[in-house]
Design a protein around this ligand. Structure first.
Ligand SMILES: [Zn+2]
Length: 1012
């Protein structure tokens, strides 16, 4: 899935990223919708998770023996059965064994006594498990049965299962699904015939189902009663006797309403250019919403085949994953489309659409590629078709496995929350991430290309080979993100994608530096936790560590290892370890890939490497880069493939040298004297480097003489790292400003945009605190250092991607700081555009800047609102919307907030984006915060708790707070949410970010007063 970044926020890329740096909200993957199943406390009859150990008993509905045994043991050892991922546990254990923390190398007598006691305790527990099967532990001792055991199903009968994960004794083999969506009554009827395989004798079948009314059900031809436990979206059938191993058929007939949020089988509507309202129905199942469309075993590990039939009115078309094999006329005037039986796949990848769409197609290798959109936008699909064709060719060659289906559809859905979704053979997109019209800039094209590249990569990574459970979501998302940059670099070199990927890595570091971050491969069990996995760590850190690994192997070893993995696990499920093993098989390197990579996937955060040089002796030390200084005891260690260059050879990749830093400290002996060293060549590694005073001084000095002594990525990384180190308190802000002195000589986009980004973060914090004098001095500082560059930018059409990225960042900043030259030019362009009746084109990468200046007048704002309402170009609409939100008139801001949540005038899918863009500016951000608080219940009906949309809304509204009062206010609000979101990880992140902002202000306000 590709998220649509409506503005992310962990410190501030979000505050400004769209604002300053890109035409579009960033391509970073976003989480999608899914059911939040808010577990209503009233519905939950049995005890909370933490106490389940004490109350689980063995009654008439015994678990299958093996499962029971495993579960009891796991629980007694304090593990969640949700984490069946034994290889991950072993990875953690093996990692720990390899890197004992130093203080443990010589255990004290006391430690040994405690250790022995623990061992005895664990051994006793294991013996109890072995010798007293069926015994459940309660405070009163061992009981054979206990009172509160299973949850109560809707009918009042006990539900035979107590876990969020389904039992593994029954697997689905094939689903035949018939659906009749009614786009008038907004309901659908379905019947599903599922062939299931019983692997172990069992008295029950448990599967998922949500928000549907089951009319009838039969099992092996006999009518059966369905029990439902709504809080966990599960249904079950109980049998009086054991079902023997073998295959059976389960039939279920049901009806349901279309989903009112953006997941499941949902209806969407839009107004066409004639003013008529059109409706359509589409699906979005990842991660947990296939169960809203048909009863199924809705976990990625339960792969099976699907045969789908859809009944529709003749005016619509229907699409699904596979090609259509036939259409039959039904007696009631309707038609039924039948699609080919699918390949073996996970439920979250199933998709179907009923709509009035136009399309264009072409053959690429053996695949018919088509792009669909609403008829009004049929002229905007050609770029996507060309791009998808080129990328499909690239992937077929790169992976040496042909895309396995005979068709591939890419569909722009008018109302869609995520950026895109990789449904096998039927990829769905937002209109802004697929359509390219006259008003699209090269930056818009870059976004569309990125999203297509990402989703196509998923057809292999995710669809062909799928993570077993959501804990390893990064295998899907990290890889697709990595591949999107790799493929574009090769196929579309003009898009300058390296600069984008570098910036993505910097933002991932910022997020992972927080205590609220999590390991790449993380234990997840609840639906909210599954939702929360769709974040920067799975996508961007995942991609970053793959880049680092690729740099440690040879390009060909990496590619061959990936092919080995894809071939070995085709149509199957995997865990992280499987990828490492495949790469190890082809690698000739003298190190163990799994051992290296486990240090990056099973612990959160990343290392700070400190470098101290004394002649040819270099002392290297690693520690956890923790922005939160409360965490002083931290024994995390990483295996870092540390790269470096020196003054005698520093720009070409052949200059790169590697040192494997595995321990806390190590000494590197240089072969001869050097003037300076720069570590983390091109910032390909996921770590930050700190030099001693002399180390920084010589780098500063060298850069001030000639910026070209280092590749542009290294210069950008020095800027990024020194700001990060100042946030950590390792360097003073004075040192930051020292490094920035070289920036006057800088000409490259990557370092300049990084510098602007970092300064803008600080500017916005000061602005929101109303530190008026510092705000004005910061403004002068920015104009002093960047003014010449800003003034020298052209306002004409420009082709070079790198120049466009730079100028849109510079001019966005200049106009937002009311730079006179900038606003004058912007007004001029807007007036010319109006005078030409909107026919004279504004260079599309400057459109947002121009519109934002125009939106500050009453007439300008009204004109833009009209443009927003009637434009059929979605990228133009989005830039216009952002301009509308930049108004300083709070009444207008409130109007936009209300409209976007209601979905009137502004589609609800834009609500997170609206919140984000309003919060970038001083006038509206407190209103947005109040609005979110006031309307929380309404918001979480549309956007599930934990989803990326919610993460974005929370960070946008709070990440610029830096005072005690606001901290208190945020804490009070979040704790008042209870089940409605107080447990989300993003809440911790928000609070942590506010505290860090406060701390930064405390430490640096004086320096700023003195030096700015
Ligand atoms: Zn994705």
């Amino acid at each position: 899935m590709e998220s649509f970044d409506s503005g992310r926020a962990p410190m501030p890329r979000n505050m400004i990223e769209n604002n300053m740096f890109e035409e579009e909200p960033d391509v970073v993957d976003l989480a999608k919708e899914s059911p939040s199943y808010p577990i209503d406390s009233d519905d939950v009859v049995y005890e909370p998770r933490s106490s389940r150990l004490l109350v689980r008993g063995l009654g008439e509905n015994d678990l299958d023996e093996d499962e029971e045994e495993y579960e009891s043991s796991a629980r007694l050892l304090g593990m969640s059965f949700m984490n069946r991922n034994s290889s991950q546990r072993s990875a953690v254990l093996s990692y720990t064994r390899q890197h004992p923390s130093e203080c443990c190398s010589m255990p004290s007598a006391r430690t040994m006594v405690v250790g022995v006691l623990i061992l005895v305790l664990v051994a006793s527990m294991i013996m109890v498990i072995c010798f007293l099967p069926g015994c459940t532990f309660t405070r009163g001792g061992c009981k054979k049965t206990i009172d509160t055991v299973y949850p109560v199903s809707t009918s009042g009968e006990l539900f035979p299962w107590t876990e969020l994960r389904l039992p593994v004794s029954v697997h689905p083999v094939h689903y035949s699904i018939s659906l009749h969506p009614n786009l008038t009554s907004m309901t659908f009827q379905g019947s599903v015939s599922t062939i299931v395989k019983v692997l172990q004798a069992t008295k029950k079948i448990v599967l998922h189902s949500s928000d549907m009314k089951i009319i009838s059900a039969s099992f092996d031809g006999k009518e059966v009663k369905i029990l439902e436990y709504k809080p966990w979206q599960q249904i079950a059938i109980k049998f009086p006797d054991d079902l023997k191993k073998g295959q059976y058929v389960l039939n279920i007939n049901y009806t349901a309403n279309f989903s009112s949020s953006y997941d499941g089988f949902y209806n969407s509507s839009y107004v066409d250019t004639t003013g008529a309202k059109r409706v359509l129905a589409a699906t979005q199942f990842e991660p947990l919403a296939a169960r809203k469309a048909f009863p199924c075993f809705d976990e990625p590990g339960f792969k099976s085949t699907f045969l789908i039939k859809i009944t529709r009115e003749p005016k619509y078309i229907s699409l699904s994953n596979m090609p259509k094999v036939k259409t039959s006329n039904l007696s009631n005037g309707l038609q039924e489309d039948e699609f080919e039986k699918s390949v073996n796949m996970s439920t979250y990848l199933v998709a179907f659409i009923v709509a009035e769409f136009s399309s264009v197609s072409k053959n690429v290798s053996k695949t018919m590629v088509s792009v669909y959109a609403v008829p009004d936008k049929k002229d905007q699909v050609h770029y996507a078709l060309e791009t998808a064709g080129k990328l499909l060719d690239f992937y077929n060659t790169f992976f040496e496995i042909d895309y396995p289906l005979s068709k591939l559809d890419l569909v722009a859905i008018p109302d869609f929350l995520a950026g895109a979704m990789e449904n096998w053979g039927l990829i769905t997109f937002r209109e802004t991430t697929l359509l390219v019209g006259n008003h699209s800039s090269p930056i818009d094209k870059q976004l569309v290309t990125c999203v297509i590249a990402h989703e196509l990569a998923h057809q292999w990574f995710g669809n062909l080979v799928t993570m077993r459970w959501w804990n390893d979501l990064w295998l899907n998302e990290g890889f697709a993100t990595y591949m999107q940059y790799t493929s574009i670099e090769t196929v579309f070199p003009e898009l300058d994608i390296d600069t984008e990927f570098l910036s993505v890595r910097f933002r991932a570091l910022a997020k992972d530096a927080l205590n609220s971050s999590h390991p790449v491969s993380n234990i997840v069990s609840t639906p909210e936790q599954v939702e929360e996995m769709f974040d920067s760590v799975s996508y961007e850190k995942g991609a970053s560590i793959l880049l680092m690994l690729k740099g440690t192997l040879t390009d060909e070893e990496f590619r061959k290892g990936v092919i080995e993995y894809l071939q070995k696990y085709t149509f199957r499920n995997t865990e992280s370890e499987d990828l490492w093993n495949s790469l190890s098989q082809v690698s000739k390197q003298p190190f163990n890939i799994a051992q290296i990579m486990n240090t990056w996937t099973v612990q959160k955060g990343f290392p700070l490497v400190s470098v101290k040089r004394n002649g040819t002796q270099v002392t290297l030390t690693q520690e956890h880069f923790h922005l939160n200084s409360e965490n002083t005891k931290d024994s995390s260690l990483w295996h870092i493939p540390l790269t470096y260059v020196n003054n005698s050879c520093s720009t070409h990749s052949s200059c790169k040298q590697v040192f494997h830093l595995k321990d806390k400290t190590a000494t590197l002996k240089l072969p001869g004297q050097v003037k300076w060293l720069k570590f983390n060549y091109r910032s390909d590694g996921f770590y930050i480097v700190h030099y001693d005073d002399e180390g920084w001084r010589v780098l500063n000095e060298a850069l001030s003489v000639d910026v070209n002594i280092l590749p542009r990525e290294d210069r950008a990384a020095l800027i990024n790292n020194i700001f990060a180190l100042s946030r950590l308190g390792k360097v003073s802000f004075r040192q930051v400003l020292n490094l920035m002195e070289y920036i006057g000589n800088e000409t490259e986009t990557a370092p300049l945009t990084e510098a602007l980004f970092q300064l803008a973060q600080i500017y916005r914090l000061l602005d929101k605190r109303s530190e008026l004098s510092l705000v004005s001095r910061m403004k002068s500082y920015i104009f002093h250092h960047f003014g010449n560059l800003m003034d020298s930018q052209s306002w004409e059409q420009e082709i070079s991607m790198s120049k466009i990225t730079l100028r849109s960042a510079l001019l966005e900043m200049a106009c937002s700081l009311d730079g006179h030259n900038c606003t004058t030019q912007a007004k001029l362009l807007f007036d010319q555009w109006l005078a030409s009746n909107k026919t004279k084109q504004i260079p599309s990468d400057l459109m947002r800047t121009v519109f934002k200046v125009a939106a500050q007048t009453e007439d300008g704002w009204t004109t833009l609102l009209d443009t927003y309402k009637y434009s059929i170009y979605d990228t133009e609409k989005l830039k216009t919307l952002e301009a509308l939100t930049s108004t300083r008139d709070v009444k207008k801001i409130i109007l936009i907030l209300q409209n976007s949540l209601d979905g009137s005038v502004i589609q609800t899918q834009e609500f997170p984006f609206v919140i984000n863009t309003i919060c970038r500016n001083l006038p509206g951000y407190l209103y947005a915060w109040d609005f979110v608080k006031e309307n929380w219940d309404k918001i979480i009906k549309k956007f599930p708790v934990g989803s990326y949309a919610i993460q974005s809304i929370i960070m946008s509204t709070t990440s610029q707070f830096s005072t005690k009062t606001h901290l208190k206010e945020a804490q009070n609000f979040f704790s008042s949410l209870g089940d409605r979101g107080s447990q989300m990880r993003i809440v911790q992140e928000a609070i942590e970010t506010i505290k860090l902002n406060m701390q930064w202000m405390e430490n640096n306000l004086n320096t700023l007063q003195n030096w700015l």
